[in-house]
Ligand binder design. Structure first.
Ligand SMILES: [Zn+2]
Ligand SMILES: [Zn+2]
Length: 378
């Protein structure tokens, strides 16, 4: 490739650090960059030479070989193995290998030599909607209509944005780069192309249906299936039902958030379906079987044990919410409450009064136990 000293090529000392090497190469590469030196063979050779020097000196192994054996070391070390044998080295390889080092100074031109041939595809936005359902619907699952406005691909131009039979023209002033460069003295300036407002292309005949926007707004409604057991604030993703993309970009998605209204009788705790049941005092004392109607309208038999306290959980296994995340189904949990009547018949009152005497005894018995402990502790 070159017979010159590689440190000399980059203009650095032998003990230069890694960042010195990188900075020196960047400086040389920018100076001799072909975009700044069009049709300058000498500059191109210098540019390649600098790339070669950087390729060797930025690699620990190759640098060591070079430091020890000079150029003989680099060929021995296989500098050519990576397509860097100098003669066959082409500009695109250099851009590809060291593109990052230019830090985007040359913009698209270093990567896409041809510039833009048309507008860049853009993905459509995701859209969000809320749907409110009853707790019962979340228990059973439900179909729900969703209606909304969104952008859809224009069906006249098929989303191209151009009038039928016409196409996007690459800007002739900037050759699709969107930028034009001009030199003033030593300085090279770059500015947005006035021929295309920096886009790199022009649409001479926009589609009249969408005004060249590639898409139109549409009111749409469809039915979504909300699965049984869905939880509060869950989001259902409806693929591709967001806004259409432009210039061939993909559509966004529609996200439907589920809001669940509180129910008068039931509530959800984890995957359990929880409700209160009102029982009379005798029902709690003697135990009983009662039937309740669950949230889905199905009758469930509850067995209340003898001497059942208030706030006891009566569980009917597997009759709770279906869990969308596991195979496990929650339980129906009925919490016992005691019904205290505000009005009472004379007969019931009499019976209750006489019962109260016995209830006092029970209380005394409790007190006597308390008395025993007091005595014991005192
Ligand atoms: Zn159109
Ligand atoms: Zn232009």
């Amino acid at each position: 490739m070159t017979t010159r000293d590689l440190y000399e090529v980059l203009g650095i000392a032998k003990n230069a650090t890694e960042s010195d090497i990188k900075a020196a190469y960047r400086k040389m590469a920018l100076k001799y960059h072909p975009d700044r030196n069009p049709n300058n063979k000498e500059a191109e050779e210098k540019f390649k030479e600098a790339a070669y020097a950087y390729e060797i000196l930025s690699d620990d192994g190759k640098k060591r070989q070079y430091d020890q054996f000079g150029h003989a070391g680099t060929s021995h070390a296989g500098a050519g193995q990576h397509g860097f044998d100098g003669q066959s080295m082409n500009m695109d390889d250099i851009f590809e290998a060291f593109g990052d080092i230019f830090g985007g100074v040359f913009g698209a031109s270093t990567k896409k030599k041809g510039g833009k041939s048309g507008p860049a595809a853009q993905q459509g936005h995701d859209l969000h909607k809320e749907v409110t359902i009853e707790l019962k619907d979340s228990y059973l699952g439900v179909k729900h209509e969703v209606s909304y406005y969104h952008f859809v691909s224009c069906d006249i131009c098929n989303g191209a944005g151009t009038s039928i039979g016409t196409k996007v023209d690459r800007c002739s002033q900037c050759k699709g780069h969107g930028q034009v460069q001009y030199q003033q003295g030593f300085f090279l300036f770059s500015q947005s192309c006035t021929g295309c407002a920096g886009k790199g292309y022009n649409i001479a005949h926009p589609c009249p249906a969408c005004n060249g926007q590639c898409r139109t707004q549409k009111y749409e409604k469809f039915t979504i299936t909300i699965p049984e057991g869905i939880e509060q604030d869950s989001e259902l993703r409806v693929a591709k039902k967001g806004d259409a993309g432009v210039y061939g970009g993909p559509s966004g998605d529609l996200f439907v958030k589920i809001k669940i209204l509180p129910d008068k009788k039931f509530k959800r705790v984890g995957n359990d379906l929880v409700c209160n049941i009102l029982l009379t005092y005798p029902q709690l004392v003697f135990g009983c079987q009662i039937e309740i109607e669950s949230i889905n309208g199905v009758k469930e038999l509850l067995k209340i044990p003898k001497g059942c306290p208030v706030s006891e959980k009566i569980v009917v296994s597997g009759k709770g919410f279906n869990s969308p995340r596991s195979a496990y189904r929650g339980n129906l949990v009925a919490i016992t409450q005691c019904q205290i009547p505000k009005k009472i018949s004379a007969q019931a009152k009499e019976l209750l009064m006489s019962y109260a005497q016995y209830a006092d005894v029970a209380e005394e018995a409790d007190n006597s136990i308390l008395g025993f402990f007091k005595k014991f502790l005192g």
